[in-house]
Design a protein around this ligand. Structure first.
Ligand code: NAD
Ligand code: IPM
Ligand code: MN
Length: 358
């Protein structure tokens, strides 16, 4: 077996509730396959602000740098969402760790489990067979450009900026992935209006020449938002900027049935960082009803991408598949019109996955 150090950062709200299950899955895999995974825990977000005043304390960043992979939950608290004047905010911790660790490529696979065909609000025949891999650029764009507020406080701006090298490196990663899939790449931008998008399109067009075996398509983001719902099967790999990628993947979660099903991998210069795409979900936090599968599937991505443990990763995905086939659902993927469904809370659902792992 292999020996690895994993840093777990549960964060806030349902992050705490679901990450416990991603971690348990990693522990179970380690036991079953005779690997040695050692776990450390770090704080980030609202809990870290409460404890230290800093959404990403140096101690957490230091632990992150010393680990072989990171499993993250979610950050955020209603207090900040309701008060935009607060200067220190949980989200800053997440943005900072992505930047510090050079996590420029955020992979968000959108794949529907067979048994969830009825869980989505989209018609089954539109969904069946949809399989999309998003490459969301994660350390540039309007997220990291200069921010300004005028002295009279009556105007504000966030600079949308991309550098050629940033577009090149994410585009290459996306093309490499397309080569291993259905060899189609769709680059999404707003080049009809934005200069940053015109740079984006220019760079992708240039990189495309190195991948003649991959079919390239350029699409405006407004159209992409519509096509995703109209005909999700037309997409294979999608590469896009930080903001568009954020929005389009929440939309695309409906293709997989729920936000509670979507995992992600952030990779780049060094270690990998794995997290559900969802947030801390104040509306359901503390109720024990959040879907833990996005965290479980994030653990599966971690095993595959950071540790190269493909069999173990597939084993986790099969355990999720089996759990859904047995009819177990959390409330976000339940369908009252489908018989033989058992609606469970977070812990009972997690426990079923563990059972199917053994
Ligand atoms: P959210 O993703 O937290 O929730 C959106 C909706 O999806 C809610 O109705 C929620 O109940 C539901 N949902 C999300 N995850 C679920 C799960 N696992 N099981 C069942 N239902 C689930 O987005 P939001 O409400 O816009 O944001 C809440 C807070 O989370 C904010 O403070 C925001 O900044 C933060 N946020 C953090 C991250 C992150 O840490 N990566 C991502 C998005 C939002
Ligand atoms: C996500 C989140 C974050 C983002 C926020 C919380 C900073 O929405 O991970 O998708 O916008 O990247
Ligand atoms: Mn988001």
């Amino acid at each position: 077996g292999v020996t690895k150090k994993i840093l777990v950062i549960p964060g806030d709200g349902i992050g705490q509730e679901v990450t416990a299950w991603g971690k348990k899955v990693l522990e179970t895999i380690a036991a079953n396959y005779k690997h040695t995974f050692t776990f450390d825990e770090g704080i980030m977000g609202h809990v870290a602000i409460e404890a230290t005043g800093d959404p990403l304390p140096d101690s957490t960043l230091e632990k992150a740098r010393q680990s072989d992979a990171i499993l993250f939950g979610a950050i955020g608290h209603a207090k900040y969402d309701n008060d935009p004047t607060l200067k220190v905010r949980p989200e800053q911790g997440l943005l900072k760790i992505r930047k510090e660790l050079g996590l420029y490529a955020n992979l968000r696979p959108i794949k529907l489990f067979d048994d969830l065909l009825q869980a989505s609000s989209i018609k089954p025949e539109i969904l069946q067979g949809a399989d999309i891999l998003f490459f969301r650029e994660l350390t540039g764009d309007v997220y990291f450009g200069e921010k300004n507020r005028s002295e009279d406080r009556n105007s504000a701006s966030d600079l949308m900026i991309y550098h050629k090298y940033e577009v090149e490196r994410i585009a290459r990663k996306a093309y490499e992935a397309a080569r291993t899939r259905r060899k189609k790449l769709c680059s999404v931008d707003k080049a009809n209006v934005l200069e940053a998008s015109r740079l984006w399109r220019e760079v992708v067009q240039a990189i495309a020449k190195d991948y003649p075996d991959v079919e390239t398509e350029h699409m405006f983001v407004d159209n992409a938002a519509m096509q995703l719902i109209k005909d999700p099967k037309r997409f294979d790999v999608v590469v896009t900027g930080n903001l568009f990628g954020d929005i389009l993947t929440d939309e695309a979660s409906q293709i997989a049935g729920s936000m509670g099903m979507l995992a992600s991998a952030s990779v780049g210069d060094s270690i990998g960082f794995y997290e559900p795409i969802h947030g801390s979900a104040h509306d359901i936090a503390g109720k024990g009803i959040a879907n833990p599968l996005a965290s479980v599937l994030s653990a599966a991505l971690l095993l595959d991408i950071s540790f190269g443990l493909k069999d173990e990763s597939q084993r986790v995905i099969r355990a999720v598949d089996a759990t859904l086939r047995q009819g177990y659902r959390t409330m976000d993927i339940a369908n009252k019109h489908t018989p033989n469904e058992f609606v469970l809370g977070t812990d009972a659902m997690g426990a079923q996955v563990l059972k199917n792992l053994n």
